[in-house]
Write a protein that binds this ligand. Structure first.
Ligand code: NAD
Ligand code: WQD
Length: 339
């Protein structure tokens, strides 16, 4: 089986590439390295002892993408590529619509041209907006997302639903990730954010090694047990195995378009994450309580039953595993993927 991964040099894509190669898949990666490094691809190969085919190409180059798909004709495409910063999407919405929505359209045109009809798409729990009930399951209403990044995910999901409705040959899994965190247990691949990290775990890692001056908890007056926001932190290698489960499901069940929440079902507060990180690192982290961050929802966590029952997938790693692996990655790669 051959899988083509757009964005396969990135954080979730690189971990999924390792899992696919370990299962015997052939892997082709298409990535313009806008938010990743060629070093990540080298590490994927050295970790698995397998080669990949790597194309440094943007999804916005429609003719190049079509040529690659027609040449490679993979059995399945896993579509990770895109821009993912909520704050940046507010300041530069057109970049987000262009890369995420128009880039996906180019990819779908290339799939049509090459006869490839099997797709796994990286969606996000952000499509649930402010959840109307907890835990969130796949029947929870899809409301308007809170920011342009989230809206690109909504538009792409709708585009894929329309495509599946128009042509029953398509089989598409929409995977709505909750909060992906952690790193490969080897410490060889992990998350390598550009600039100041937006997300909690990468920020805590950088604070712990002194690369950030101050750790601020954004609000402790939420209606939660300790007043800080609750999230469903899912280990990135669990997510990677979720993609393998989705591929098996598409292949065996030919479901048309199906969506799955990928999360643990457990809710952890910001303070609990900081304490887990302290246990993993052996460091005491002095944090301040600051104001709420605009756009944060008080709580977001999944009901993981659909993925368990239909994909046979369950996240197995704990918050302690997550923090230990994130810390190992940070210590071994203090400056990320330096070439
Ligand atoms: P990432 O930035 O590490 O990976 C995305 C990859 O896409 C990068 O390697 C980047 O270079 C590449 N890319 C960007 N624009 C491209 C273009 N025009 N052409 C080709 N490649 C391009 O992000 P990630 O965390 O691995 O996320 C993967 C996917 O999962 C994204 O679609 C993201 O929106 C989605 N997602 C991520 C999270 C999260 O918190 N990490 C949560 C939910 C959903
Ligand atoms: C987690 C909690 C913060 C940093 C984001 C995107 C979402 C999805 C995943 C892609 C929140 C708090 C954070 C800090 C803090 N991405 N925090 N101090 O916001 O749940 O989700 O990433 O689809 O779309 O919005 O994750 O890691 O940014 O924040 O107190 O320095 O940590 O307020 O409660 P979030 P996060």
């Amino acid at each position: 089986m051959k899988a083509l991964l757009t964005g396969g040099a990135g954080y979730i894509g690189s971990h999924t590439a390792v899992a696919l190669l370990a299962e015997g898949f052939e892997v082709t990666i298409v990535d313009n390295l806008a938010n990743s490094s060629r070093v990540a691809v080298n590490r994927i190969e050295s970790l698995t002892g397998r080669n990949t085919v790597f194309h440094e190409v943007s999804l916005l180059d429609a003719s190049a993408i079509t040529a690659i798909l027609c040449d490679e004709v993979p059995d399945v495409v896993i579509h990770f590529a895109g821009l993912k910063s909520v704050a940046e999407s507010v300041d530069h919405p057109l970049d987000y619509y262009r890369t995420n929505v128009a880039g996906t359209l180019n990819l779908l045109d290339a799939m049509v041209a090459s006869g490839v009809r099997s797709l796994v798409f990286s969606s996000s729990a952000t499509v649930y907006g402010e959840p109307v009930r907890l835990p969130i399951d796949e029947t929870s209403p899809i409301t308007d997302a809170a920011n342009p990044y989230g809206r690109t995910k909504l538009h792409i999901e709708r585009m894929l639903q329309d495509l599946g409705a128009a042509d029953p040959d398509w089989n598409i899994a929409l995977l709505r990730y909750f909060n992906p965190v952690g790193a490969h247990e080897s410490g060889e691949i992990g998350e390598d954010p550009n600039g100041i990290p937006n997300n909690l775990l990468p920020y805590v890692c950088q604070f712990a090694v002194g690369k950030q001056d101050r750790l601020v908890v954004f609000g402790n007056d939420y209606p939660t047990p300790d007043g800080t926001c609750l999230r469903d932190y899912v280990h990135v290698t669990d997510l990677a195995s979720g993609h393998l489960a989705a591929l098996r499901f598409l292949n065996d069940e030919k479901p048309g378009v199906a969506c799955f929440n990928l999360g643990t079902g457990k809710a952890s507060s910001v303070i609990e994450v900081i304490h887990a990180f302290e246990r993993a690192s052996g460091l005491a982290l002095a944090y301040d309580i600051g104001p709420r961050r605009s756009g944060d929802v008080p709580a977001s966590y999944t009901n993981p039953d659909k993925a368990r029952l239909q994909l046979g997938w369950t996240a197995v790693k704990t918050l302690d595993d997550i923090c230990q692996d994130a810390w190992r990655w940070q210590c071994r790669n203090p400056d990320g993927y330096v070439a």
